[in-house]
Design a protein around this ligand. Structure first.
Ligand code: ZN
Length: 496
């Protein structure tokens, strides 16, 4: 049989297993009763074993490497698919199985060790494990990285085409422009009363507001739904079925509001991908950074704009007349854009957030280039925190131990978070050349914005890589100046 036909048959089979596992996974995180898990784990083990055999077995290797050998003779679409498939396959095939199994059990343990270390503020008990994770990561990358610098390989794993050189340029601009600007904003006086933010807001009324927001953002309910989970996330099997979650906290009403808007950004991206990519390797959002650009565009550029609050605050006020009786749309807008130096990344505001990421990038880079070691990390972390945000963690739990990523083996992931926001600002600039975006927000016309996103970005799925997409949508390569300008403009107006 033709190699190409065989490849697509195998891929479809692989996708069928993934489909089943994704639906079960969704159920596990939202509605499954507690006692189902032991039996479910056994069933999932069998399914994932089958999936692994299809995705990396002899037949898949023969077809993917066979097609890769004649990639220049393939049509553009298939050649893209094969390049992606090969990248994935290399990681499985080139790492010796026994080392991979050792590493997986190390990660299992690492999770518990990290949790305990964080709870007990005891970095010493975690440091050896972290060192081992770093060693394994370096070793694995040397098997499939084709001689590239290990950190470049990892960065590219999380964001196609990105290298240290690209990120150095990006973060150098942030450091020069944003660090002094943030200091200026943090020094500005703000005498507004924000206590209303921490009052109790009825959960049922919060749910009504989520529902309202889904309509405002024009979410297609025939192709998706909203549920609750401990941590909000978006889950899609195909553009016809994209689900999202939020969480409700009584005294943090805005936590739900911005979780819903953020996840709707991810979900709308997935919903608007052309279904023609469904059975190919090119379905789904193209990268972490581009995905995050869509969620942050929704959350920050639209959802935290004055226009958005002018238009939609009356609805919120009608749901919470008591709590919001002395609050107008302007104060609500200020409240959701409040800037504070904080130690914890996940609680950081839009303006200081990228500095948290910059710190992590710089530390990862030093680890991967051998400029530091696990003994030095806590002090290095705290020094950088003080340099960039003017505050110093008193404990390692609030410092180097705060994130789950490194204990999960995710090195090279962090910088995509900052990249997403910067991409968003560059897309926003391009969109504004076609029409006035905030005018559309003011007129409650998200349909217009979504149509633009679909035409320029979403429909392509993964058939364009991030760099190509940026160039085709905005007419230039990645340029962080749009992000800096956007932040300076917005926060100068609010604070200076
Ligand atoms: Zn996100």
């Amino acid at each position: 049989m033709d190699l190409k036909v065989r490849f697509h048959e195998l891929l479809k089979k692989e996708k069928a297993y993934e489909y089943a596992m994704q639906i079960i996974g969704w159920d596990s995180q939202t509605e499954a009763p507690r006692d189902c898990f032991p039996h479910r784990a056994e069933m999932m083990g069998i399914l994932s074993g089958e999936l692994f055999r299809i995705a990396s077995g002899k037949e898949m290797q023969e077809t993917v490497y066979g097609l890769y050998d004649k990639k220049d003779a393939l049509d553009d679409i298939t050649s893209r698919e094969i390049r992606k498939a090969k990248k994935q396959l290399d990681k499985i095939v080139k790492i010796p199985e026994n080392e991979y199994v050792e590493y997986m059990s190390l990660l299992q343990m690492a999770q518990r060790i990290w949790e305990d270390a964080k709870a007990n503020n005891d970095y010493e008990s975690f440091k050896g494990t972290l060192g081992k994770i770093i060693e394994y990561t370096k070793k694995f990358v040397s098997y499939y990285g084709e001689g590239k610098h290990p950190y470049d390989v990892l960065l590219d794993d999380y964001e196609d085409g990105m290298t240290m050189k690209d990120y150095d340029e990006f973060f150098n601009v942030l450091k020069q422009e944003l660090v002094p600007f943030v200091r200026q904003i943090l020094a500005a006086k703000d005498n507004h009363d924000y206590r209303f933010m921490e009052e109790k807001y009825d959960i049922d009324a919060q749910k009504k507001f989520s529902d309202y927001l889904m309509d405002v953002m024009c979410f297609n309910r025939n192709r998706g739904l909203l549920k609750q989970s401990v941590h909000p996330f978006t889950w899609g099997t195909s553009p016809e079925d994209v689900r999202l979650t939020t969480r409700y906290i009584e005294n943090m009403v805005f936590s739900n509001v911005f979780s819903v808007i953020h996840e709707l950004g991810h979900a709308t991206y997935e919903q608007q991908i052309d279904s023609k990519w469904n059975d190919t390797y090119l379905t789904g959002g193209t990268s972490m950074g581009i995905h995050e650009s869509q969620s942050r565009f929704y959350e920050n550029i639209i959802g935290r704009s004055q226009e958005f609050w002018n238009t939609h605050y009356p609805k919120m006020k009608s749901l919470f007349p008591e709590q919001l009786k002395n609050v107008d749309a302007e104060l609500a807008h200020r409240a959701v854009n409040r800037v504070e130096a904080s130690l914890i990344r996940v609680e950081a505001d839009e303006l200081t957030y990228p500095l948290h990421i910059m710190l992590r990038y710089e530390i990862e880079r030093m680890i991967m280039t051998g400029q530091t070691n696990v003994d030095e990390l806590p002090a290095l972390w705290n020094d950088k925190m003080e340099e960039y945000l003017g505050i110093r963690p008193e404990t390692d739990s609030e410092g180097v131990l705060q994130d789950v990523h490194w204990s999960s083996g995710m090195i090279g992931y962090f910088p995509t978070y900052a990249l997403g926001s910067a991409y968003a600002a560059q897309f926003y600039n391009a969109m504004n050349k076609d029409f006035n975006v905030l005018e559309a927000v003011k007129n409650n016309d998200m349909g217009k914005i979504n149509a633009w996103l679909k035409e320029k970005i979403h429909q392509y799925g993964s058939s364009k890589d991030p760099k190509e997409l940026l160039l085709s949508v905005t007419g230039e390569p990645f340029n962080p100046k749009y992000y800096i300008n956007y932040l300076k403009d917005k926060y100068s107006k609010l604070y200076l």
